[in-house]
Write a protein that binds this ligand. Structure first.
Ligand code: AMP
Length: 569
């Protein structure tokens, strides 16, 4: 018979309503316990909001347009009904539930349907993912119609949230590890470690159910299965990093590129991005370099790739991103935007995990194995002044700053701890003017929370947009800002409210990029509001000429951007 999907959907409702971590973990543990062996993996993924196994290449490819047309057909609701439900709930899943509850035709047909099981839902998700090519949208719609047609409102809500990847119950992988540990009576640490090694708690749960602690303890890294990355916290300056690392750190240049994880087994090499997607095809020259240079049978390495101009000088980050997005014309782009790899860590070597080794030991091994591939430049010191000099050198060479690494620190996948601390150059914030705003999503759907930021043109007096951000303000500040901006509104079109330029905000950012998005041709990267400057008037805001100056200043250190002709960009 199998477990009813309704039980899983009701569990997710319970998780959404609770914020008590232990209670949540206990409820999930109780649920996992009652599942059969072939249900555990699927249910674990779905509770975490995944329709398919984590490492599955296939995806559902179901857009909201497809989903909403099925929902409308099944419930007789129209666009306005859905929009109203959404503005009442701020959540697509909850809105769909409302619409299903209100539908009379549904209540009549529901009585004759047999309940859905967890495995039936998973199988339908697989069928939807397999439906590709010509006419696939219609076939997907038919599968969806058959699935949602048999579901109760609470089940529909759960499925919709899974399908649009917005489960948002607050129940994450870490808590799931705790539940698996409780459900199958395996120490939390053993489950956590296995989760880190295979990168998917659903797989660990399935093995826990069938093989218990013995099976889970035997799990290992797998080549060509990317591992969660070790992350860094921020330190204000090198001194803070030294203190945190008991007086001595290994400082490395922090390159402003893209992190990659490289897996090699024999001659086969695959490269994964920071988000753990396979980017091997975009980086053919890195693949070849690793094949030629790295001396190891089986290995997992980490490093940063940067785009380089003349003399190996780093190019702005946005050029590199063009390489990563590229699927066609890869060859042309390889010639136009050369990239360079710097290695900085060693995670796995010839069937042995390196993660428990201290940093210095991993780095030494890495040096031996890397062949002609450079490592990130490093300085081990206990002296603040030396470290500060090293920071200046890194920035002078066009890099982002330093990474301070604890000498005896293990490699901790998925953990943002203090073993790694980033020390960056701080750019002076800019005072910019809010010239327009958009309504947010979810909880923020009634608030103007996404702000267009502009600098003043000292010559014409106009305001020129240089960025957009929804970051930095508290809920209270956003509510107040919404009222203020509504009072200043001069136009509203498709959710975008244009306002009289009066409100000045202090904005931090990481870099100024060239951008065709805004008329001024520049955009701030990672803009975030740090303060509302009611003490300043719009006339006192920073000027677009000033922003241009900072942009130019960047290239005293970085190589000038190269122009990319349209047909390959
Ligand atoms: P952030 O993205 O600002 O949190 O900084 C962490 C990122 O810096 C890492 O994910 C890497 O992509 C990058 N990075 C650059 N240089 C290094 C380095 N030497 N060691 C570790 N990470 C580095």
């Amino acid at each position: 018979m199998g477990t009813d999907f309704k039980a899983l959907a009701e569990l997710c409702e319970k998780l959404e309503a609770s914020s008590k971590r232990t209670l949540m973990a206990n409820s999930v543990a109780t649920f996992l316990k009652r599942l059969t062996a072939d249900e555990v993996g699927a249910a674990t993924s779905m509770i975490l909001g995944r329709a398919l196994p984590k490492w599955e290449d296939r995806t559902l490819e179901v857009s909201w347009a497809t989903l909403s047309s099925v929902i409308k057909r099944l419930t007789n609701a129209n666009r306005k009904d859905l929009a109203d439900a959404f503005s009442r709930t701020g959540d697509i899943g909850a809105a769909t539930k409302l619409v299903f509850e209100a539908s009379r035709i549904r209540r009549q047909t529901m009585l004759v349907e047999s309940p859905l099981t967890v495995l039936e839902v998973r199988r339908t998700f697989e069928d939807i993912a397999e439906t590709t090519g010509y006419g696939s949208r219609e076939r997907k719609e038919r599968l969806l119609e058959a699935l949602l047609g048999r579901a109760t409102p609470v089940e529909v809500k759960c499925m919709v949230k899974i399908m649009i990847s917005e489960m948002r119950t607050g129940f994450h992988e870490g808590l799931m590890e705790l539940s698996v540990s409780k459900a199958f009576n395996i120490p939390h640490e053993v489950v956590r470690k296995a989760g880190m090694l295979v990168g998917d708690v659903a797989e660990v749960a399935a093995i826990a159910k069938v093989n218990g602690r013995g099976g889970v303890s035997k799990l290992h890294f797998r080549i060509f299965r990317p591992i969660k990355l070790m992350l860094a916290q921020r330190a204000q300056n090198v001194n803070e990093a030294l203190k945190e690392h008991s007086g001595k750190s290994a400082f490395e240049h922090k390159l402003d590129g893209a992190r990659i994880q490289i897996h090699k087994s024999g001659d086969e090499v695959r490269i994964y991005s920071r988000r753990l997607t396979d980017v091997t095809e975009s980086l053919p020259e890195i693949k070849q370099q690793v094949q030629e240079e790295v001396e190891a049978r089986k290995i997992i390495l980490e490093g940063e790739v940067i785009a380089v101009g003349e003399d190996d000088c780093p190019l702005p980050f946005q050029h590199l991103m063009r390489r990563f997005r590229r699927i066609r014309h890869v060859k042309k782009m390889v010639a136009r935007i050369p990239v360079k790899l710097y290695l900085f860590d060693l995670i796995y070597l010839n069937d042995q995990s390196m993660t428990d080794n201290p940093y210095v030991k991993r780095r030494k091994k890495l040096e031996k194995i890397a062949g002609g591939i450079p490592l990130t430049k490093q300085l081990i010191t206990e002296k603040r002044l030396e470290a500060e000099e090293f920071l200046k050198e890194a920035i002078g060479e066009g890099h982002e700053g330093l990474m301070a690494k604890r000498l005896d620190g293990a490699y901790t996948p998925g953990v943002r701890g203090k073993h790694w601390l980033k020390v960056k150059e701080v750019l002076e914030p800019l005072d910019l003017v809010i010239v327009a705003a958009e309504y947010g999503y979810g909880r923020r759907h009634n608030w103007l929370s996404d702000y267009y930021l502009a600098a003043r043109d000292a010559e014409s007096g106009e305001f020129v947009i240089v960025g957009k951000t929804f970051k930095g303000l508290t809920d209270k500040e956003i509510i107040r800002m919404t009222e203020r901006l509504k009072a200043l509104a001069v136009n509203e079109e498709r959710g975008k409210v244009t306002v009289n330029p009066c409100v000045v905000v202090e904005v931090a950012y990481n870099e100024i990029q060239k951008s065709s998005k805004y008329k001024g041709g520049m955009a701030l990267r990672f803009a975030r509001i740090i303060k509302i400057r009611d003490d300043k008037s719009a006339e006192e805001a920073d000027t677009i000429q000033g922003v241009e100056g900072i942009y130019e200043e960047q290239f005293k250190r970085k190589a000038k951007p190269i122009s990319l002709s349209n047909h390959v960009s």
